[in-house]
Ligand binder design. Structure first.
Ligand code: ZN
Length: 462
């Protein structure tokens, strides 16, 4: 790459342009973001109607918001959505009334361990209303009647996503995926978006035709990847390798989260590129929490998708708060991470030319052991656990990869056990294998497996 600082600045400028827009998994902010991207690279914008079934999920109603505020008992606007769009619980229902402080407290979300920051919270699939504020401000709220106004609308509409496609010499594809559903947050989400835009520009400007075809998705996280996979099932077989792009703009070292298969060509190439770079890096085994790699790697889909970030989402204290802002990301790390992505693409192209690819990625199915059950999934992507009351419904801090034994929060352990079992129930991993990977005790895994069988989400392979 010729001019690192010029490209880094361009990427940062695009983050600055996109930062103020109020985005969610649906709505006009997401459309506006796709329009801006479409002026830089050729993307097709798709709209999928609310109510459409996508595997085990349904496209939700579309959410839009014009304004929101809280006025104190003295009439002062103490929370103003127009000053920070993180002040709203995303997908809040409209409200306009006066309530007491005690009632108000039921609808306020704060993050006590980051007392100065506004947390980012969502409630996509459970109808609620709420505000987010710094814990410091929350502690200062005085008794009295508060005016709460949320001028939002939740009604039938559509989910929007963008798709870039570049036809190479073969139909075999590399899939790159980033998410466009986060509002004013820079490293989580927007850094991935601008990296994906630069990669499309890089592919467009190549002098010679590529061996692979390239597809880049700009989608809302989770529901967007499920939607794309569900609508494009015939294309999945062409996808040979892929990466989820996010958290590329902070100053931390690079982290590569391997594909679920753990030993695929993309894993080897990324590790080789990192070993031959000047970057400090770590390689993480797959874990079933995180971003859209959960859907792409899910047993019914089984793509070889890794995730290349700097500091992993959830591991930086600014994550999902107002501190993940324009000062948290900077041009140089953005440009340096882009270099790694470009080198990976170059290496994939070189390898394609060297080897005849074997199209099958399906592993042979092992025989199950009677004392150590092997399960298979009955749903193609992650099932919607919330609608079965199997999962907490409030989006917040992401589950972190480890802490199985020793943790006292049994609900969290059970939720984690569910994610591990679902992610590895592909007919090859026994429950003992999952015990080793997850560090969750076997008894809990048996209990949760039974629950998942009852809900017809998995079945034992006999
Ligand atoms: Zn996030």
């Amino acid at each position: 790459m010729e001019n690192t600082s010029k490209i880094g600045n361009e990427m940062y400028n695009l983050i600055e342009n996109l930062y103020p827009i109020c985005r969610s998994i649906t709505g006009n902010g997401t459309r506006e973001t796709l329009q801006i991207i479409s002026k830089i690279i050729p993307i097709q914008i798709h709209e999928v109607s609310s109510g459409t079934s996508v595997f085990d999920w349904t496209i939700p109603n579309e959410w839009n918001i014009k304004d929101a505020y809280i006025k104190s008992p003295t009439g002062e606007k103490i929370i103003d959505f127009k000053k920070s769009n993180l002040h709203i619980l995303y997908y809040s229902l409209p409200i306009n009334k006066k309530i007491t402080l005690n009632e108000l407290k039921e609808h306020i979300f704060t993050q006590p361990d980051r007392p100065k920051d506004i947390p980012y919270r969502t409630s996509y699939y459970s109808e609620k209303w709420g505000f987010c504020m710094s814990h410091e401000q929350f502690l200062k709220l005085e008794d009295g009647d508060y005016e709460v106004v949320i001028d939002s609308e939740l009604k039938s509409g559509s989910l929007s996503y963008g798709e870039y496609y570049f036809k190479g010499n073969s139909d075999e594809e590399i899939l790159l995926s980033c998410y466009i559903c986060h509002p004013s947050l820079c490293n989580d989400s927007l850094s991935g978006v601008v990296t994906a835009v630069e990669l499309a520009k890089f592919i467009e400007e190549l002098k010679q035709k590529t061996n692979y075809s390239y597809r880049i998705l700009f989608i809302p996280e989770t529901i967007g990847s499920i939607t794309w996979l569900s609508r494009n099932q015939e294309k999945i077989k062409n996808i040979k390798h892929g990466l989820v792009i996010t958290c590329t703009g902070d100053k931390g070292k690079i982290n590569y989260k391997k594909t679920r298969n753990g030993n695929s060509e993309i894993d080897k190439i990324v590790i080789d590129v990192l070993e031959n770079s000047n970057e400090d890096f770590s390689v993480l085994d797959y874990f079933p929490f995180g971003s859209d790699e959960r859907q792409y790697c899910y047993p019914g889909i089984n793509l070889n998708m890794g995730c290349l970030t700097r500091t992993v989402f959830g591991d930086f204290p600014e994550y999902h708060t107002s501190a993940d802002n324009l000062t948290y990301v900077s041009p140089l790390p953005l440009a340096n991470t882009l270099k790694i992505y470009i080198r990976i693409i170059e290496k994939l192209e070189e390898n394609y030319a060297k080897f005849q690819l074997n199209g099958s990625t399906t592993k042979k199915i092992k025989k199950s052991l009677s004392v150590d059950p092997v399960f298979v999934n009955l749903v193609k992507c992650e099932p919607q656990l919330g609608k079965r009351n199997l999962y907490h419904d409030l989006g917040g801090p992401k589950l972190k990869p480890f802490h199985g034994r020793g943790s006292k929060d049994t609900t969290k352990i059970k939720e984690k056990a569910m994610m591990w079992i679902l992610a590895y129930s592909d007919g090859t991993n026994s429950l003992k294998d999952i015990e080793v990977k997850s560090n969750i005790d076997f008894e809990t895994l048996i209990q949760i497996s039974n629950l998942l069988c009852d809900h017809k989400l998995i079945k034992e392979l006999k």
